[in-house]
Design a protein around this ligand. Structure first.
Ligand SMILES: C[S@@+](CC[C@H](N)C(=O)[O-])C[C@H]1O[C@@H](n2cnc3c(N)ncnc32)[C@H](O)[C@@H]1O
Length: 291
């Protein structure tokens, strides 16, 4: 049983809620026009490093005829996805030795995974399982805009909690997170280098600004709560990553403060008070073909 990512790095709700927004149908045209798949054909798609399954779920909505398989090595993500996401075949497995025959898929796709896996293996395995003329798509988050609402100010207890996290957190090194980062120029070069032709790039932008009138209340709440879940799960994770530095009481006090703050932000939203906080994600898309 592998629980490294979900226990120490990013929790289920953090990934599922943020990706559900990122791959909302409101933004789908940007992805679909870049992917260029034929919606009328029963293509076979493999998602590599699927986490709790929000991209696979979106792919199932966008390409209802496709046969979608999604793989991740974290058992908790796969368990969650199997229970909550329908129409996709989820399985636990390693992207560096995919449990599929050569030439099995028309498409391989991943979101924010390439930077964590050694590229010879990341691209090599996808190339192996792709059919001739199969397409590899890599989605990679780039630097966006993240502005918190003005009403979020930290008290002394929180500041000390955060300082302690900054001082003792070594999670990224301990688990080789983002060990293979690449720039916007290096990503397409890597796809070429590891055996793909007709490489092209594009960018999708996802504007999550709850106060923007184009978003209905339900989506605005989801945006605010997505940040809440990320905050709560990162607080909880200190008991796994730095147990010698935090007590259960400190963690539960911190969670209470965070919950109250987000409850109050939602109440302000419902009362029509605007803060114009924003999270703008820029997602680079790289596409290559196996000849
Ligand atoms: C940043 S998360 C992204 C998850 C998902 N794609 C999403 O956007 O929600 C990176 C994912 O890659 C998975 N992962 C990392 N190395 C892996 C490997 N060698 N094989 C399979 N999955 C891997 C992790 O378990 C984690 O779910």
């Amino acid at each position: 049983m592998n629980e490294i990512w979900s226990k120490y790095i990013q929790g289920i709700k953090t990934l599922y809620s943020s990706r559900k927004l990122r791959f909302d149908d409101m933004f789908s045209e940007q992805y679909k026009s870049f992917f260029g798949f034929d919606e009328n054909k029963p293509i076979k798609i493999l998602e590599v490093g699927c986490g709790p399954g929000a991209l696979a779920e979106a792919l199932h909505r966008w390409y209802p005829l496709a046969e979608i398989t999604a793989i991740d090595r974290d058992s908790n993500f796969i368990c969650y996805a199997k229970e909550n996401v329908h129409g996709v075949n989820f399985l636990e497995g390693d992207a560096t030795s995919l449990p599929f025959d050569d030439n099995s898929f028309d498409v391989t796709i991943s979101n924010t995974v390439s930077e964590h896996i050694e590229p010879t293996k990341f691209y090599g395995e996808q190339r192996r399982v792709l059919k001739p003329n199969g397409v590899c798509i890599v989605l990679s988050s780039r630097k966006g805009i993240n502005i918190s609402p003005k009403c979020f100010t930290y008290n002394k207890f929180e500041q000390e909690f955060r300082n302690k996290v900054n001082q003792f957190d070594n999670t990224l090194n301990d688990y080789s997170v983002c060990k293979y980062p690449m720039s916007e120029a290096e990503l397409p070069l890597a796809m070429q280098k590891y055996g793909f032709d007709y490489v092209s790039t594009g960018y999708a932008t996802v504007d999550l600004t709850p106060d923007a009138p184009k978003y209905k209340a339900e989506m605005a709440h989801d945006m605010i709560n997505s940040i809440r879940y990320c905050s709560l799960e990162s607080i909880e994770s200190v008991l796994n990553t730095m147990p010698e530095h935090f007590t259960e009481d400190e963690v539960s006090k911190m969670k209470q403060i965070v919950n109250e703050r987000f409850d109050s932000r939602i109440a302000d939203y419902d009362a029509g008070k605007k803060y114009w906080e924003t999270n703008l994600s820029i997602i680079m898309m790289i596409r290559g073909t196996k000849i």
